[in-house]
Design a protein around this ligand. Structure first.
Ligand code: HSE
Length: 437
């Protein structure tokens, strides 16, 4: 029963897919708890859907449904708008109009914030109307609030994160069952973990958008998408997992955020080798994890479901509760506080790493010296070398790991090696993360 002594906060929910329906159902389920904890009565006043007649597993009262998101803006009683429609065009308009109308925004849209966060947070700053976005990164893991609030007194030294459940499921299956990328993707789709069009996930961009948001929050300037390095998982082969295992490693789609001594910020998302003994190596299936190093707190680790109806709606509801309390008490922050203490992305070619490189070659005299000759000429020091006594689809494989080298130098080496006559296919090269910094 609504409590008339509590301040009523009216919510407009734009989007009633998996997450939107979860927000609605869980707000109802835990209404008594939320009333006590926030001291407010949170009421969903409108729900924007594409097709009101569509049958739904969770059926809200028909009177709440509308097909026009402008109804939410135009209703003076609505205090908070939850943007769950996705995409970066209509969602941008909705968020912009909400801020201009003085309505707090809660969104889970990582692509929108990564691509247009700079404009939207500038507008939030100008209007003094906040954007909350806990659900945009790592589903149910409260990593945004952790960076914004719990670690406010820390300089963030680095983050290493697994931020895409679909890719983590695929790589876990390739590693543990030895199946191909295509088979693992099919499995993920059958289990409902991967979208029918999985491109945003498997290209690495979904995780990269999340990494960009975490890095921007950590370093106080909105990082440009062109300054982020991204590689997807679709080129990996089961043999790369076998070789990685031989070297004591596994392969994860790893997002790495770090700052160097010149305060330059590096943001990368790519399949990387990491030691099997490291705790992130045992984050399997659809789970996400974020390891944060702060200068005061030291190393911390956050683990949980990065997607799905309940985990993601848990984060949306946490933002709604914060927004409701802010409205009731008059306290506000705008979601992103820019500052000039860092302010520069590190040129990608200057970032350094140790590398794994697998090269398909013809099994003939002089091949090893030609390949090592290229590496030697570019000053790339080999750390380990393996040439298994078996052929893979008719080619021999040379597998090297290197010592730390500038990425630009490694790109040059891969290009030169690819052009050698003795090379029988595309080399695969991956970073090896020591996880020590
Ligand atoms: N599709 C994402 C994942 C969740 O698989 O982790 C939404 O970003």
């Amino acid at each position: 029963m609504p409590d008339p002594s509590k301040r009523t906060i009216c919510i407009g929910l734009a989007g009633f897919g998996n997450v939107g329906a979860g927000v609605y159902a869980n707000l109802e389920k835990n209404a008594d708890l939320l009333r006590e904890r926030t001291g407010t009565e949170m009421v969903v006043k409108h729900i924007v859907v594409r097709d009101p007649a569509k049958p739904r597993a969770i059926e809200p009262p028909a009177g709440l449904l509308t097909t026009r998101w402008r109804d939410l803006i135009e209703d003076g009683a609505v205090n908070i708008i939850v943007e769950l429609i996705g995409g970066t065009t209509e969602a941008f308009e909705l968020v912009k109009e909400s801020l201009l109308a003085g309505k707090i925004v809660v969104t889970g849209n990582k692509a929108l914030l990564a691509e247009r966060g700079r404009e939207l947070f500038a507008l939030a700053g100008k209007t003094g109307v906040p954007i909350y976005f806990e659900a945009a990164v790592a589903g149910g893991i409260p990593i945004i609030k952790t960076v914004q609030e719990a670690f406010v007194g820390n300089r963030i030294e680095s983050m290493h994160a697994i931020l895409n459940g679909t890719c983590n499921y695929i790589l876990t299956r390739m590693s543990q069952a030895g199946i191909s990328y295509e088979e693992a993707l099919r499995e993920a789709q059958e289990l409902g973990y991967a979208e029918a069009d999985p491109e945003l996930d498997v290209s690495g961009w979904d995780a990269a958008h999340k990494a960009l948001i975490l890095a921007s929050l950590s370093y106080g300037f909105w990082i440009r998408t062109e300054d982020v390095y991204v590689e997807g998982v679709s080129e990996l082969e089961p043999m790369d997992f076998q070789f990685a295992a031989l070297l004591g490693h596994t392969i994860k789609l790893l997002s790495v955020i770090r700052v160097d001594g010149k305060k330059q910020v590096e943001v990368r998302t790519e399949p990387s080798l990491l030691p099997k003994s490291h705790v992130l190596a045992s984050v399997n299936g659809v789970y996400n994890a974020v390891l944060v190093r702060g200068d005061i707190v030291g190393e911390t680790l956050f683990y949980g479901r990065g997607a799905g109806q309940n985990p993601t709606s848990s984060s949306v509801i946490s933002d709604l509760a914060d927004a409701a309390v802010a409205l009731a008490n008059g306290a506000r922050h705008t979601g992103f506080v820019p500052h000039g203490l860092y302010g520069k992305s590190k040129p990608l070619e200057e970032t350094t790493a140790a590398y794994y490189i697998r090269i398909p070659v013809r099994d003939e005299a002089g091949v090893l010296s030609q390949v090592t000759g290229v590496l030697g000429k570019l000053g790339i020091s080999i750390r380990s070398a393996v040439q298994p006594d078996e052929s893979f689809a008719g080619a021999s494989m040379l597998v090297f790991t290197t010592h730390e080298v500038a990425s630009g130098r490694m790109w040059e080496a891969v290009e030169a090696i690819s052009g050698l006559d003795c090379v029988a296919g595309r080399p695969v090269w991956l970073r090896v993360e020591s996880m020590n910094d």
